[in-house]
Design a protein around this ligand. Structure first.
Ligand SMILES: [Zn+2]
Length: 357
């Protein structure tokens, strides 16, 4: 182990005090490593503070690092590619990983959404940051964050999903690195799932007051000849949408015969084998939806619960819903094309909000 001075007398004027031509000369496990001290040290200095070494003591400090790198299995003579040192190192914790993702993927891409990505990263770091990285390969901790964390209790499921989408994007990036940070992803059917339907279910877009205002308006203002007495129908559809959380098209297809009063469930038509188990929606036998179901049951088993007054099927027409919203907010619906359609006769309500998609 040594630092040698290798000056060429013709070009070096400093003689024994020369620091410019110092070389490391180290034997380790039968291999000899020689390298000019500055060539080793300067690339390892902080960017902006790089300069030739200034003392023999400094050279000895660098020599320890030189030997350390050899003993750690690296060849210090190998040229250092800028940024490669950090790129080589796999992050140890979730926090480090997410920082790496922001620095090396999000920021270089200069996405407009960088601010929102970073705020979601902050949430993820707060709840998962201290965990070792490989924990992310299994769904357990992520699902815990999704359902049991304080955060999950405070925010809508849709908000949780936005954070998980960032995590999924980050992990996809991590899996594309060489070597890959992860062996597998937890985002699959039996792992972490992001159920969009659950979002609409919990993410009520109407407040209680808005809901009441709309229901009252339907019954009071739209149960009139100029609205073809469509009010009660709109009222029922609004409640159906709020209580059933199925797609609007599905809701309109529900016939009385689908209502099972023994189990208090409604079978949603058009169910495919894929999601059959989700397709029976329970209802509260004493709730407001049950009152509607009971009233409509008088029209016979084939009648449509959310159909016309006589129980025939009624497709959606946007206008009735828009009219209701306008009236609820104290505005008169416009005449003209909209009003014209309204008066054509086949109108009935189609909800565009309130939990249907
Ligand atoms: Zn010299």
């Amino acid at each position: 182990m040594a630092i040698r001075r290798r000056c060429r007398s013709s070009r070096c004027k400093n003689g024994r005090r020369c620091l410019e031509h110092l070389r490391f000369d180290v034997m380790y496990q039968g291999a000899r490593y020689r390298m000019p001290v500055n060539e080793f040290a300067i690339p390892r200095m902080e960017p902006g503070k790089q300069r030739p070494i200034q003392s023999m003591e400094e050279a000895r400090d660098w020599e320890r690092l030189f030997i350390g790198e050899i003993k750690a299995g690296r060849d210090p003579r190998r040229p250092r590619v800028k940024g490669k040192a950090t790129a080589d190192k796999a992050p140890a914790s979730v926090s480090e990983f997410l920082d790496a993702y922001v620095e090396r993927c999000v920021r270089p891409a200069a996405l407009r959404s960088i601010k929102s990505v970073k705020s979601r990263v902050d949430v993820l770091k707060k709840h998962l940051g201290e965990l070792p990285l490989d924990v992310l390969e299994e769904p357990d901790e992520i699902n815990r964050f999704k359902t049991d964390s304080d955060y999950a209790e405070d925010v809508e499921i849709a908000t949780i999903h936005r954070s998980l989408e960032v995590l999924r994007a980050a992990m996809n990036w991590g899996m594309a690195q060489t070597p890959s940070f992860f062996r597998k992803s937890p985002f699959h059917r039996y792992g972490v799932r992001m159920n969009k339907k659950a979002e609409t279910m919990r993410d009520r877009r109407l407040t209680r007051e808005e809901e009441k205002l709309l229901l009252d308006t339907a019954l009071e203002k739209m149960n009139a000849p100029e609205h073809q007495f469509v009010g009660p129908l709109l009222h029922d559809r609004l409640i159906g949408a709020l209580e059933l959380c199925c797609r609007r098209g599905e809701m309109l297809l529900i016939q009385n015969k689908r209502v099972n009063w023994d189990t208090c469930q409604i079978g949603i038509p058009g169910a495919t084998a894929k999601d059959k188990e989700n397709r029976r929606i329970p209802f509260n036998p004493n709730g407001r939806l049950a009152a509607i179901l009971e009233r409509r049951s008088e029209l016979g088993p084939e009648a449509y619960v959310f159909g016309s007054a006589t129980g025939t099927y009624q497709p959606n027409i946007q206008t009735a819903w828009e009219t209701l919203r306008l009236l609820a907010h104290g505005l008169e619906p416009r005449s003209g094309r909209e009003g014209g359609e309204w008066n054509q006769g086949s109108n009935c309500g189609g909800l565009t909000s309130a939990g249907t998609t």
